[in-house]
Write a protein that binds this ligand. Structure first.
Ligand code: U2F
Length: 566
């Protein structure tokens, strides 16, 4: 069946259900953004030239909202607790629905069992028949619940699963045996999925797929009126919960800020003003999303104190014409040195409160400074007050951008058919000679487009082969060449021909289970190829090795997609 774009969200709203504050928050958001989604659907439809798209049967099981997982989030919705996850799930549901798929939504184990056709009361009874869905979107809690209630059959069906995973899971943590043997085992990882089945909130490591969420977009009239109504000396502090105001040394820079600006906050409180919030701060209490937007439209500056990490609010502030001022982390925060990231299945180093804002947006919208340096802090505040900054929203965070990306994933990502090893064992015609060619930019090697290139998504024409420096990951090596690492291409560069083309001297070529491979050591003339495709990792790095990196081009403002990816 063909999927047809939907612009009326009323039946989605009915499907979302009631009885939890989190669901009410999600429904308010869906309603508020309905008009934007509808315009985006029409635009994407014509961009794709009304192309035929297959309608998929999709189950969305939101594990963290189930009673069985403890549902710690719902009671905190009106009390300053995390809303980022709710924002993202609301947007995922809307995107799938607007794209025209056949959707079932579950927020309890009972509903999950009902949809999967597992008889109630026979919790561990495996699902025997075929899976009644093409795709299941869930989270780590949901995966656990499916393991309990689908039993052995989970293994058979897991290629249909997509795991919404805010901070991401790196391949070394996902591979059960490897994680156990090499100290990467955490409470979350080790599901042996294809790492691209994990879908993140921001484009962290490209080993995972970037799902994202949306931010409200302004039309030109709104943008003009914002420019007219900006209050030059108005700052809003990022942090809706008191604990976010406990940053060490905060008094000092709040005082500096207060010397220049009127400081506003949206901190939740019950009866009394929290002592952590200085008296000069105009605290509005926790605001509904649309009122926060109104506040941000007047403000000039949105300032972070270092927590929460990587939330949606800075994008909303920047989209409403604020400058986001945030602390640089030196050394970077990670699962090795910070409580919040401890036990998360990633080694990613977080260089500031919001690395996406820092790396993908940057000045003049985002200013990242060392908050311990009072002079630098003060001059940034002064500079921001003088600057003229337009509202800005990266395309990938617009409704159209999210629809485009999710559409591409649904139509092209395929994890159920095993990817054939490459080069093929029997030396087929596709593999004659060395398929790598030098591209005009002399450091780049690409794949010779000779018509017999194996089929793949992203298309192989996007492949660019690079080597990293010692101690550098492929994430950084590709980024340094204005490209992104593409894990789907590892199988095409995990071979001797790629090493030959990179002019590597190998005394021996080992094939090993090691998340650093393919890689080589110049000094020791050792080369290593990857034995287990599950361990292909853009994120992996080692001071001893240079990585062999499969990079690709990307669309400006839509890093998840290459030029020929749509
Ligand atoms: C992030 O979660 P948070 O909920 O702490 O992220 P925020 O950036 O604060 O914003 C979430 C939403 O809260 C809304 C705002 C954002 O869309 O519009 N909001 C509001 O409605 N009223 C207010 O007064 C203030 C904000 C992240 F998303 C999670 O994944 C992490 O778990 C968490 C911890 O790092 O940070």
């Amino acid at each position: 069946r063909q999927a047809a774009f939907r612009t009326d969200l009323s039946s989605l709203l009915e499907q979302v259900g009631t009885g939890k504050e989190s669901l009410s928050f999600m429904k308010r958001r869906i309603r508020r953004l309905a008009a934007q989604w509808s315009t985006a659907a029409q635009r994407l439809d014509s961009k794709l030239h009304r192309r035929w798209r297959e309608q998929k049967k999709i189950l969305v099981h939101v594990g963290f909202l189930t009673e069985e997982s403890g549902d710690v989030f719902s009671p905190k919705v009106l009390k300053g607790g995390p809303l980022g996850e709710m924002v993202q799930w609301a947007d995922i549901l809307t995107a799938l629905y607007v794209l025209g798929h056949n959707l079932k939504i579950s927020v309890s184990v009972k509903e999950l069992q009902g949809f999967l056709g597992v008889p109630p009361g026979r919790g561990s009874c495996p699902l025997t028949g075929p899976l009644p869905f093409d795709l299941i979107y869930t989270d780590y809690h949901g995966l656990q619940q499916m393991r309990q209630h689908m039993g052995l059959s989970l293994r058979r069906h897991k290629c249909h699963i997509r795991v919404i995973d805010t901070f991401g899971t790196e391949p070394a943590y996902n591979h059960e045996e490897y994680a156990t043997l090499h100290g990467y085992r955490t409470n979350w990882g080790y599901w042996n999925l294809n790492s691209r089945q994990y879908m993140t909130m921001f484009p962290h490591t490209p080993d995972n797929s970037f799902m994202g969420f949306v931010t409200e977009e302004l039309n030109s009239t709104e943008k003009r009126s914002i420019q007219l109504n900006k209050v030059r000396n108005m700052a809003v502090v990022y942090g809706k919960e008191v604990s976010m105001w406990k940053l060490q040394g905060k008094e000092r820079f709040l005082q500096i800020l207060h010397r220049y600006m009127e400081v506003h906050g949206t901190v939740y409180y019950e009866t009394q003003r929290p002592p952590e919030v200085p008296a000069f701060v105009k605290n509005h209490g926790l605001l509904p999303q649309h009122e926060l937007q109104t506040l941000l439209r007047r403000a000039k500056l949105f300032i972070g104190f270092g927590f929460p990490y990587e939330g949606p609010a800075p994008l909303e502030a920047i989209a409403n014409g604020c400058v986001f001022l945030q602390p640089k982390f030196h050394p970077p925060h990670s699962s090795l040195n910070h409580e919040f990231f401890r036990g998360k299945p990633t080694s990613r180093e977080v260089s500031s409160q919001h690395p996406y804002a820092e790396q993908y947006i940057g000045p003049p919208h985002v200013i990242t400074v060392d908050f311990n340096n009072s002079d630098e802090f003060e001059s940034s505040v002064r500079e921001i007050m003088r600057s003229q900054v337009e509202p800005y929203l990266p395309y990938e965070y617009t409704c159209e951008g999210m629809l485009e990306r999710v559409h591409a994933y649904i139509q092209h990502q395929e994890f159920c058919i095993p990817e054939a090893p490459f080069p093929p064992a029997n030396g087929s015609r596709a593999w004659q000679g060395n398929p790598f060619v030098r591209l005009p930019n002399s450091t780049l090697l690409g794949w010779a487009a000779n018509g017999s290139a194996p089929s793949c998504w992203p298309p192989l024409s996007a492949l660019r082969l690079l080597e990293s420096a010692e101690g550098q990951s492929c994430v950084d090596a590709c980024r340094g060449a204005d490209l992104v690492c593409e894990p789907a291409f590892f199988r095409f560069v995990n071979n001797k021909e790629a090493l030959v083309r990179l002019e590597v001297q190998c005394e021996a070529v080992e094939s090993e289970m090691n998340h650093i491979f393919p890689a080589f050591s110049v000094q020791r003339r050792e080369c290593g190829l990857q034995k287990d495709p599950l361990l292909f990792s853009c994120a992996g790095l080692s001071p001893k090795y240079r990585r062999v990196c499969p990079c690709r081009d990307f669309r400006r403002g839509q890093v998840a997609l290459c030029r020929d990816c749509l």
